[in-house]
Design a protein around this ligand. Structure first.
Ligand SMILES: Cc1ncc(COP(=O)(O)O)c(C=O)c1O
Length: 460
């Protein structure tokens, strides 16, 4: 690197370390790390200011779908910029929002007919929570106005705002805030590697579903909705649900008359191999929360879809005060809506979903070679969502002490092999863009295998 370039880089490093407080980052540790300063992206790679390239192994935090600088998406934003960058949806509308809503209703389960826009995944969930809550306060003759809380799962993650943290079940992120949170009912997570009921997958009849039903039986009058991530609980450690679990929970919600809110912020837009994870089990939710891949990973946007039944419960004369009094400044931003529309067009025109099964099967084969490593306890995969759990003792499933920072160290090591990934504790996460090629899957899995070996061989 030229000395001028080096000088510029040093300035940015100092600027970053002086002024920026990074999310989900221990800043004391970060202060001593050699940091990556991303300059640009192209396809499935990120390039730093030193000109080094890295495979984007977690899709820039689970949102990029078709690679960076995808020309149709770039063009959609340019095209929209020539018209208007932002205009509100409070009481008026704009073309990109209308077109996107039509497309979303067409591709999601058929019961979903209305789209409410927001800014990100957490707000998409907050909207669903407040709508479900308000529904019971003003619908069905207020017979169920006592339905004021929610049923959620352990290991759930629904975002970082106070409502979505209240639903969360990841102690490390959520327990400190308990005094600020509203009460929810929590059912055990269907975590087959670390079954909270002490069962083994080969000898279980999904007793965790009975636990959900027990809570519903006892508290049906108090529960507005069951909120869950379908098929994979992502930030909780890439917990892949057993087949049929989602369907059984849908049936329970119907039987006990409560709503099902599906948070597909992480699982949506092809990540699990179908456009939406709920489609694997033909499940129709009452609310569907979307973000991340919604804009192909280009701009922040959230969307909450719901049914006519819910929408109609909010209609009335103004003075009945049934309005949904909720909205964000950038709700339905035209640039984001335009790029989201273009994202859905790419799915259709390039038949993206048809191309996924081959690549998913290839990834599965490559992951088998990781499962044999001495400190890999479990490899969980659903489509392009992968969690590799590292353990100190494979036989007893004993975890490493948190201070060892094993997952973090493996990810730092992977950078040396040209791959950018982020762990969840000691679960190494892979969530590549849908556009990843087979040779890039080789690069990704080889880098991870080498990194796990070199880090775990030197740590007890
Ligand atoms: C399932 C799920 N819900 C909600 C969120 C929150 O999304 P955001 O970070 O955009 O607020 C996330 C983020 O990772 C998520 O994985």
């Amino acid at each position: 690197m030229s000395s001028r370039r080096q000088l510029r880089r040093d300035r940015w490093v100092i600027g970053d370390k002086t002024f920026i407080w990074h999310p989900f980052t221990q800043m004391q540790e970060y202060a001593n790390e050699d940091i990556i300063i991303v300059e640009r992206g192209r396809g499935n790679y990120l390039y730093d200011v030193n000109g080094r390239k890295y495979l984007d192994g977690v899709s820039s935090l689970w949102c990029n779908l078709f690679g960076h600088r995808r020309k149709e998406l770039d063009r959609a934003i340019h095209h929209q910029l020539e018209r208007i960058a932002h205009s509100t949806l409070l009481g008026i509308t704009h073309v990109p929002a209308v077109e996107l809503a039509e497309k979303l209703v067409a591709v999601t389960p058929s019961c979903l007919t209305k789209v409410f826009y927001s800014d990100n995944g957490s707000t998409a969930v907050e909207v669903a929570l407040k709508m479900a809550f308000q529904y019971w306060q003003q619908a069905e003759g207020k017979r169920w106005a006592s339905r004021q809380t929610f049923l959620t799962l352990d290991d759930a993650y629904h975002g970082d705002t106070i409502g979505s943290v209240s639903l969360g079940g990841v102690d490390l992120f959520h327990s400190l805030y308990r005094p600020l949170l509203f009460k929810t009912y929590k059912a055990p997570s269907p975590h087959c590697y670390r079954c909270p009921l002490g069962l083994r997958p080969d000898r279980c009849d999904m007793e965790c579903v009975d636990e959900v039903e027990n809570i519903l039986k006892r508290h049906q009058r108090r529960i507005a909705a069951l909120v869950m991530e379908p098929k994979v609980q992502a930030a909780g450690g890439m917990v892949v649900h057993p087949p049929g679990y989602l369907r059984r929970l849908r049936d329970l919600c119907s039987r006990y008359g409560i709503f099902l809110i599906l948070d597909e912020v992480a699982t949506g837009f092809g990540r699990t191999g179908r456009l939406f994870a709920c489609q694997h089990e033909n499940v129709e939710p009452d609310f569907l929360c979307l973000s991340k891949g919604l804009t192909g990973g280009y701009l922040p946007m959230g969307a909450t879809l719901t049914t006519d039944r819910v929408f109609e419960a909010f209609l009335g004369r103004y003075e009945e005060f049934k309005t949904f009094f909720h909205g964000h400044t950038y709700t339905g931003n035209p640039l984001a809506a335009r790029v989201a529309s273009a994202t859905l067009d790419i799915f259709q025109r390039d038949r993206i979903l048809d191309k996924l099964p081959g690549k998913i099967a290839y990834l599965r084969r490559k992951l088998q070679s990781l499962a044999d490593l001495a400190h890999v306890g479990d490899v969980r995969q659903m489509g392009f969502m992968v969690g590799i759990e590292l353990v100190r003792n494979k036989k007893t499933k004993t975890p490493y002490a948190p201070g060892r920072r094993i997952g973090h160290r493996v990810c730092l090591e992977a950078r040396r092999h040209g791959v950018l990934i982020r762990p969840l504790g000691d679960v190494v996460v892979l969530m590549p863009p849908l556009s990843i090629t087979r040779s890039q899957i080789d690069l990704l899995t080889d880098a991870v295998r080498r990194s796990i070996r070199s880090v775990t061989e030197h740590v007890s």
